[in-house]
Design a protein around this ligand. Sequence first.
Ligand code: PLP
Ligand code: SF4
Length: 348
Amino acid sequence: MQTVRTLQELERLGLVAPEPRLAAAVDGMAVAITPEMLALIDRDRLAHDPIARQFVPSAAETEIAPEELADPIGDEARSPVKGIVHRYPDRILLKPLHVCPVYCRFCFRREKVGPGGEALSADELSAALAYIRRRPQIWEVILTGGDPLMLSPRRMADLVTALDAIGHVGVIRVHSRVPVVDPGRITDALLAALKPQRAALWLGIHCNHARELAPAARAALSRLADAGIPLLGQTVLLAGINDDVATLEALMRALVSCRVKPYYLHHPDLVRGTGHFRVSIERGQALVKALRGRLSGLAQPTYVLDVPGGHGKVPIGPTYLGPCYLGDDPDALTVEDAFGATHRYPPR
Ligand SMILES: *Cc1c(COP(=O)(O)O)cnc(C)c1O
Ligand code: SF4
């Protein structure tokens, strides 16, 4: 079986019913569902299946709310040269290409990714590398896109080698969905490409549900970890996919079992046509709070919001400290423990 890319194939497979608005949804963002993800879809409960909901287009994508934005995290405003987003002094995003192995319907770069939004040309990539070379404050280069592991091993090796040759680049971070959704791409050649001589290379894995971690994905993560690559987990909090405590708990445990350290739990961005995926911040905080008592510290992600307009990410998890109105010291605090009980704490 091959990656499914058209509405006709989705209809033939019984994954969507004919519905005129789907054509507009697919116009807004291409379709791609890999055989590995197709195999995980439970056809008997399509509407509630966490895999189908992530990748199968829906008519709800044509409903645009007034607060939704074409560039929800302000990448454009912070792009000094094509392919680079520079928001923090010490680190940049480098987007060598726009294609992905799958197209996640909730994607924060929904209006940028897709086939056709092609890779940087050789000249554009040289200009991006020159930008990094001229700025010694850039300590970390984060390869994103699109999905950087869609580059051929040869091109990935060239890019890693070029970054490794820039002495002030201490860390090359790659963000990818490939190990989970298209694990066959994690070949020996790709592993060899992900080996800079000098800089540290970290890999962030995007995964939203424990069911995505099928045996082939787990094997790919093992190959990466065995190759000495530290692995981080990134999850988007998504309504109807992972917005309950048991699902998040199972996911975080599954990631840690695969030697992936949960890094961020992203609050969903204000992407056009994704209202059906959004959860309130209040609900997100309650979920994160519930995880605290249930899960090892190793398995706790930081709940973050990307501030719309290009202002970067901030943690928005629950707070545990509050004022204390008991006793005679007006500056005393209360601290809530992981099981919901509160305790008095002196001000200093
Ligand atoms: C998310 C992001 C980063 C990385 O942020 P961390 O908090 O270091 O993971 C860097 N630059 C941009 C533009 C980003 O959007
Ligand atoms: S893999 Fe990442 S960049 Fe690509 S569609 Fe999914 S969320 Fe967007």
